[in-house]
Design a protein. Sequence first.
Length: 300
Amino acid sequence: MRYSRTSTQPDQPIYIASTAVFMAELIKIATCLYMLYVQEKSYRRCIHMLYLEIFHKPHEVVKMLIPSGLYALQNNLLYIALSNLEAATFQVTYQLKILSTAAFSIWLLGRSLNREKWLALVLLMIGVTLVQTESVSSSSTTCANTESTSQKPLVGLLAVLTSCVSSGFAGCYFEKILKTSTTSMWIRNIQLGLCGACFSFIGMIVSDFNSIKNQGGMFQGYNSLTWFVVVNQALGGLLVSLVVKYADNILKGFATSISIILSGILSFYLLDFQPSFLFITGTGVVISATVLYGANNKPL
């Protein structure tokens, strides 16, 4: 996402972030419709299910307004944060979502975390920060000559902190809906996507209508990298739903952290990445946090 916002040529406009968020929601809906057809193996049955779950149960759609609105807000805030903060500052601050997710899990889902689990979560946050310190510092150096001097660090910091809170609340709220309902997960994601598309469309019109109208249309500045970011955001959102359905938001945080380490290891063999002392230390901290959390994984 950050590279797509900072790697444009001087004569090429930067794509409008709100349009990318809106397009991601449309791609998510299209993917869910396809998966629903694969599941039901009948167009008629799919249409019947959509009619029953969306038009005959408007209260179920209303439930999706809260997480969809927060996800739309979060996605736009991430673009704002990445455009106004150095990569290192963003990456370190964004790890606070680990603790906000744990707090909302207790409040919304009735979970209880003992001292060992809280310690594991804090260690996880520290470990991820250490692992990414070298890479984000390099990224900041690389992008130093291409970033605009009109960055607003306070705006970026407020954006990423708000995103952390909204991410934790929306994730736990959506997990509660998925696990307390018999409705198909693809139907739930379609409901979520429809609400999200509406919020994103409104946000796009309110904030960027003049730019879209007068500066080249909705897809100004789009290239193959932009579309890769949009599709990745859409499919990544659906993958998160699967993880939340069959695990939980806290374990999702551990999985994401471990994936960062695996990326570093693969980069060592496939690219020119040389792990630093901080990377190795952070890796040990993340692994220790994962073992500590799993060792205390008693029924909640």
